[in-house]
Design a protein around this ligand. Structure first.
Ligand SMILES: Cc1cc2nc3c(=O)[nH]c(=O)nc-3n(C[C@H](O)[C@H](O)[C@H](O)COP(=O)(O)O)c2cc1C
Length: 479
């Protein structure tokens, strides 16, 4: 029987509770406490098992104005949201996602409806007051409160019907003004620049609480020209319902919790940042960024603000992102013609982007290089990458220990490491100090050398058959 799919965020919160993976916190202060707890709870959990957090009775705010974080940051919660069977480990979810992309994935364009819970309350023009929501001051060295972190910023390409939806942090300036930061090359920034080049403000809707699958699509590198709401709909197995925003007719997920509407202005700048960043540093200073003037706020009764807190990994989003990014890279490598890929893993310590490992069954000379360069340069793997390690299929890429062993014993550094120079990166890269923020990378061949791989010394370890026999004979020794 087909699993009944969730409607939105609230169904997934209920499911997290049923799984025993939801922690409720009452009475926390939006000023630093929420940020510290989001970071610390996730860091103290076992890998892949961090609970989601639901904050209520937040200091200075009415009961019911809640904050939620970590929606799909566990193996089980992510698998459930994606409609996959109960996984036994993260690679099960990677494999299911990649199989779906390979076999039967179809984006499902959103369906327009006349109303929905997001329209339960609408504040217009002078009634707009963003401070009514518990925007957290997340990290001690931040430059202000961030109302948008687990956020979906939707804009329309002025030259086509394309709606791009993406995660770009949103700083709270005052009751009706925000700042937004988009890294060079990001789709929303390319779209915004088209409006600014014509001397026009750029219309925008910003969802601040929503189905985690919409957030997943917004924060992954989906193709230029693709509609992330349709992409997320394809993964939910059911199209999202949307309503049209009052001012600009932009799509708003009908089940969203809080949505802002307004315009970004290229000629009105305000200081934005600094903000704790995903690589784990304050690498970019505060800068002057376009303001967003908010003229409409749509929100549900007892709204839930979704929060992510980038910082030194692991964070409340990195595990789920590692799974999805690994699957996307695997899929893109295969679509670019690389066979023999057995597994891909983007390590959380590399902020799910900077340290990616690909395991392959070597099939022909040059195969390793092809795999490494594709993993580094496909769309899902390109932005802000640093290391790609290619290992043989006997190495589990999720095992840091095994990966280091392969690098230590199968890689001859002067011959097996290639450097890629001047690639797509970001001001958030701590090694980059000035524009154009291009970075350098390494593709590491940690595979047995193709020319004599079959003559490579045998691995000195107990055979699987003997291991199994010992497990059966001495069960008490192995727990
Ligand atoms: C929690 C979180 C916060 C992010 N913040 C930003 C940001 O402030 N600016 C940015 O350019 N990218 C940010 N990203 C990365 C983008 O969301 C990601 O690169 C996405 O693919 C951008 O969408 P686009 O490909 O449509 O441009 C963030 C990702 C996450 C998970």
């Amino acid at each position: 029987m087909k699993q009944k799919r969730h409607r939105g965020l609230r169904d997934l919160i209920d499911e997290a509770q049923r799984m025993g993976e939801l922690v409720s916190v009452n009475g926390a202060d939006w000023n630093l406490e929420v940020g510290a707890l989001v970071e610390m709870v996730c860091q103290s959990a076992r890998e892949g098992k961090a609970p989601a957090l639901l904050f209520d009775k937040i200091k200075d705010y009415p009961e019911g104005f809640r904050i939620f974080s970590g929606g799909t940051n566990s193996t089980r919660r992510l698998a459930y949201a994606l409609g996959f069977p109960e996984p036994s480990n993260a690679m099960d979810v990677v494999r299911n996602y990649r199989d779906r992309m390979k076999q039967d994935f179809k984006p499902l364009p959103p369906v327009e409806v006349n109303g929905g819970p997001v329209l339960e309350n609408i504040d217009r023009d002078d009634d707009v007051d963003l401070t009514k929501f518990p925007a957290p001051f997340l990290h001690e060295r931040d430059g202000g409160r961030y109302i948008g972190t687990d956020v979906i910023v939707s804009t329309k390409d002025p030259d086509s019907d394309w709606i791009n939806s993406a995660t770009y942090r949103v700083m709270l300036h005052d009751k009706n003004t925000c700042g937004i930061w988009m890294s060079p090359g990001k789709h929303g920034r390319l779209i915004r620049e088209k409006y600014f080049a014509k001397g026009l403000p750029c219309p925008v809707v910003i969802s601040l609480g929503h189905d985690p699958l919409l957030f997943m699509a917004a924060n992954q590198e989906i193709d230029y020209g693709a509609d992330e709401i349709a992409y997320a709909g394809g993964h939910r197995g059911e199209a999202y319902e949307i309503v049209r925003s009052e001012l600009h007719g932009l799509p708003i997920p009908a089940e969203s919790e809080i949505v802002l509407e307004g315009e970004m202005y290229g000629d009105e700048l305000r200081k934005e940042g600094p903000f704790g960043e995903f690589m784990g540093y304050y690498a970019s200073e505060a800068s002057m960024a376009p303001v967003v003037k908010i003229r409409r706020v749509y929100y549900r009764n007892n709204p839930i603000l979704c929060v992510a807190s980038p910082s030194k990994p692991p964070t409340s989003v990195t595990f789920g992102r590692s799974i999805v990014k690994s699957a996307m890279i695997w899929d893109e490598m295969e679509k670019a013609g690389c066979p023999g890929v057995k597994a891909v893993w983007c390590h959380e310590a590399g902020a799910s982007r900077l340290f990616n490992v690909v395991a392959i069954d070597q099939m022909y000379p040059g195969h390793v290089k092809q795999a490494g360069l594709l993993a580094m340069n496909c769309h899902a793997g390109n932005y802000a990458g640093r290391w790609v390690i290619v290992v043989d299929a006997d190495i589990d890429p999720t095992s840091t220990f095994d990966v280091i062993w392969a690098m230590s014993t199968r890689c001859d550094p002067p011959n097996d490491i290639d450097f890629i120079r001047r690639a797509w990166s970001t001001p958030l890269d701590p090694l980059l100090r000035a524009p154009p923020f291009e970075n350098n990378r390494a593709v590491v061949d940690a595979c047995k050398p193709w020319g004599w791989k079959d003559a490579f010394p045998a691995t000195a370890e107990t055979s699987p058959e003997l291991r199994e026999k010992m497990r059966r004979k001495y069960p008490d020794l192995f727990g």
